[in-house]
Design a protein around this ligand. Structure first.
Ligand code: FCB
Length: 438
């Protein structure tokens, strides 16, 4: 099957990473601590008791890594900036040595004609701001807008896109709802209030970045899924509808429609967020692009115990169901509900228990996964969804948050003892797939 002929010639092919997961150098050159540095020290927080202090040592090996990106033949690289590297406390003085690292990285990308797609916030809040209340403190939204404006002022002309947040659903629900992620709070009411402050910070940052005249396209990256009822029962349908409202629409409606979805708001009851006059006006800014991260669908069963997802195509090493057609369904659903800007699939990929065999890393499962998802993406595009690019998660095996280094998402294998990088079969496949693109 020659899928490539269906993708437009100017389609962007990319790979993605985030700062905390690869950079290491967690205290180098004036960097301040982030909430993930703190969280990793909590006993039991990270499955393999690891942390991000070295990770892939990308901070020191960025040139080698950019050479690997170039060897893949991709057009673009999506990465994030560690806020506490460039502003150690999250407020006050900027750290020039931190900015200098990102300048060197941009120089290397430019020298290789690779477009830079930056995420401002991929979960690593400066600890200094956490000490002031973190995302529960409304003032953090204003600090974030200051940071966004400074980055856009310095780098806006060198970046293809700037995303405010990566997956604010995770920041709120895993960071504050069930304590799986930093800062490790388990309180439903706080999670909902945090989601509002994140949305507010997104809107304030959009306005602040536009005010400095940034040339980069500006948007946000959301993790999204369809919510499928396990059976035809009314209870399962109701559960699926509510799940979709609480996750996808909860972030999309404020941005595109200037309000929260009624169904979810009612379900939150007394936990509904405190919203100030003018907040929705601030949040509902036009965005130049929407980043969509797609990994799995949400499977909704009201039975006790819940009916398991069928998993006809299997599950990944994360235990996530492989369901490519959900990507087609999701994109078509979004197109029906919102006046969408261009979409990038900013993350898609899978964890696999990959191992070096000689000098090779066979990962046929990942190749099949990516191929099937590209096929699903193409189906949505054929039906009129304007998708401008696809970023495979991830360039490298890396620190997979509370799973530590046990889960491998890279198309490039990393031997953490030696920092040796090795192309997996999927990297070679992706390179050849892109090369066959006209
Ligand atoms: C996403 C995150 C990314 C990575 C992948 C597997 O939710 O944005 O950092 O952990 O999942």
């Amino acid at each position: 099957m020659n899928q490539s002929k269906h993708f437009p010639a100017d389609f962007t092919w990319g790979v993605a990473t985030s700062a905390f997961q690869i950079e290491g150098a967690s205290a180098a050159d004036g960097k301040g601590p982030s909430i993930w540095d703190t969280f990793c020290r909590q006993p039991g927080a990270i499955k393999d008791h690891s942390d991000g202090s070295i990770a892939c040592d990308h901070y020191h090996r960025y040139q080698e890594d950019v050479a690997l990106i170039a060897a893949l033949g991709v057009d673009a690289y999506r990465f994030s900036m560690a806020w506490s590297r460039v502003q150690p406390d999250g407020k006050g003085a900027w750290n020039e040595a931190g900015f200098a690292f990102y300048e060197r990285l941009l120089d290397a990308l430019e020298a290789n004609h690779i477009k830079a797609h930056l995420t401002l916030y991929h979960w690593d809040l400066p600890q200094g701001l956490q000490d002031d209340g973190g995302w529960m403190n409304r003032a953090t939204a204003h600090r974030f807008a200051d940071y966004a404006a400074e980055v856009a002022r310095r780098f806006g002309d060198r970046l293809a896109t700037i995303a405010t947040h990566n997956e604010p659903w995770c920041t709120a629900n895993l960071g504050y709802g069930n304590a799986q992620f930093a800062p490790g709070v388990a309180d439903a009411r706080q999670a909902i209030q945090v989601s509002h402050h994140l949305l507010l910070s997104h809107g304030l940052a959009m306005t602040a970045m536009r005010a400095v005249g940034s040339k980069a396209k500006l948007g946000i990256v959301l993790n999204q899924w369809t919510a499928d009822p396990a059976t035809d029962s009314a209870a399962d349908h109701a559960m699926a509808e509510l799940e979709y409202a609480r996750s996808v629409q909860w972030f999309m409606d404020p941005i595109f429609k200037g309000r929260y979805p009624e169904l979810a708001l009612r379900a939150h009851g007394a936990d509904a967020p405190q919203v100030h006059d003018g907040d929705f006006g601030a949040i509902c800014q036009p965005i130049d692009f929407l980043g969509c991260n797609y990994y799995f669908r949400s499977w909704c069963s009201a039975a006790t115990p819940p009916l398991p997802a069928p998993g006809k195509e299997g599950f990944t090493d994360m235990g996530w169901e492989i369901h490519p057609q959900g990507l087609t369904e999701l994109l078509l659903k979004l197109k029906g509900e919102y006046d969408l800007p261009p979409i990038y699939i900013t993350e898609n990929g899978m964890a696999n228990p990959d191992q070096l065999v000689g000098s090779e890393v066979p990962d046929a499962g990942r190749i099949a996964f990516v191929r099937a998802h590209l096929h699903a993406l193409q189906a949505a595009m054929d039906q009129g969804v304007a998708v401008h690019g696809y970023f495979l998660w991830s360039l490298l095996d890396n620190f997979e948050w509370n799973s530590g280094y046990e889960k491998r998402f890279g198309i490039i294998h990393v031997d953490y003892a030696t920092q040796q990088r090795t192309f997996k079969d999927s990297a070679i496949w992706y390179r050849d797939f892109i090369a066959s693109h006209p």
